[in-house]
Design a protein around this ligand. Structure first.
Ligand code: TXA
Ligand code: MG
Length: 316
């Protein structure tokens, strides 16, 4: 694919919004770094984000929104969150808040957690794009996993050119480091230092912040593991189902499977389908039953899929 370089004018924004609506990925400037945007409600678009970045694991992503009302529709704001949003939004502050039931986000965005990270970017191009698109955008930094974050359109093209549909060139980013991430699902906790100094948040809240765990490693891996754990037992690497097993297949060899993560053997499609079909298979097998899962190649998104499957199959 050739990555289109779009101008931040009405024609460029219209094109970007149309690509996003079609499930494609568009990098766009924010005041912190360039984000790799995809429709946060679309499993396939979100799976494409992980594939394009070459992320070995499904970390939860930040959801970008045009205004506070849109954020309130997907996350539960308490008094602390309202106060911080009033003081610092739009701007480089991300709040991790309880996810609202019926928020309509892809489970890949939240990595199955009961919380969601929300942010209102201050950059006029990001705001114009969000309004034009009219939905929530998941957007990690627009760089291959493990590489330096991009603060210019050229950086994005260097790392992801040919792997994403478009980049909107909005010039250099003003902040240049990612947003500060504050966890507010319990005690206020600094999860990642960033564009807003912790002292400013402490002054606003009138309290000291818990010194945070590394936001690159979400603080509740146990919670994460148990969330993925189905009621049924899982048998991984299954070439076929044994009598009584429900079969969750992958690829063209899995003819006769109850469900197939991707009949064509496409790992992006399989990642997009994973959580949904695991639930379906689990429901059919029941708590006393067993689900046989076809082998998934340990490449690209397959590593992330296998990571989740191993957690789901782990003894508990
Ligand atoms: O400045 C920024 O925040 C940039 C621009 C593009 O907006 N975005 C960005 O997104 O840095 P991303 O996806 O790379 O940052 C995600 C971070 C991860 O470290 C992740 O662990 C944390 O946010 N995170 C997301 N949801 C979380 C949650 N529910 N609980 C804890 N941490 C979460
Ligand atoms: Mg990053």
């Amino acid at each position: 694919m050739t990555t289109e370089r779009l101008q931040p004018d009405p024609a460029g924004l219209a094109r970007a919004a149309a690509l996003l609506a079609a499930g494609e990925l568009v990098a766009f400037p924010t005041e912190t770094v360039y984000g790799l945007g995809g429709d946060a409600r679309d499993d396939r678009a979100v799976a494409r984000i992980f594939a394009a970045k070459g992320r070995p694991r499904f970390n939860p992503l930040i959801v970008h929104l045009p205004d506070l009302d849109a954020a309130r529709r997907i996350a539960a704001f308490d008094a602390r969150a309202e106060r911080l949003a009033t003081a610092f939004w739009p701007g480089p502050l991300t709040l991790v808040l309880p996810l609202r039931a019926g928020a309509g986000l892809s489970e890949l965005v939240t990595a199955g957690l009961a919380t969601v990270a929300v942010r209102l970017p201050a950059h006029p191009v990001a705001q114009a794009l969000l309004r034009r698109f009219g939905g929530p955008l998941a957007a990690p930094s627009a760089n291959p996993s493990g590489r330096v974050s991009p603060t210019r359109a050229e950086h994005v093209l260097d790392g992801l050119g040919g792997r994403i549909a478009a980049v909107i060139d909005g010039g250099p980013c003003a902040v240049g480091v990612e947003s500060t991430i504050l966890g507010l699902a319990g005690e206020a906790r600094l999860l990642r230092p960033g564009g807003i100094p912790a002292e400013a948040l402490e002054a606003c809240l009138g309290q000291r912040l818990e010194s945070g765990s590394d936001a690159e490693r979400p603080s509740a891996p146990g919670q994460l593991a148990s969330h993925y754990a189905p009621a049924a037992a899982l048998r991984l690497g299954a070439r076929q189902a044994e009598p009584g097993e429900v079969w969750l297949g992958f690829g063209p060899d899995a003819a006769g499977a109850d469900w197939n993560l991707s009949p064509a053997g496409d790992l992006v499609e399989a990642a997009a389908n994973l959580f949904h079909l695991l639930r379906e298979a689990d429901r059919k097998a029941g708590a006393a039953g067993r689900v046989a899962v076809s082998p998934i190649p340990e490449t690209g998104l397959g590593r992330a899929i296998n990571d989740r499957l191993r957690r789901a199959a782990a003894p508990r």
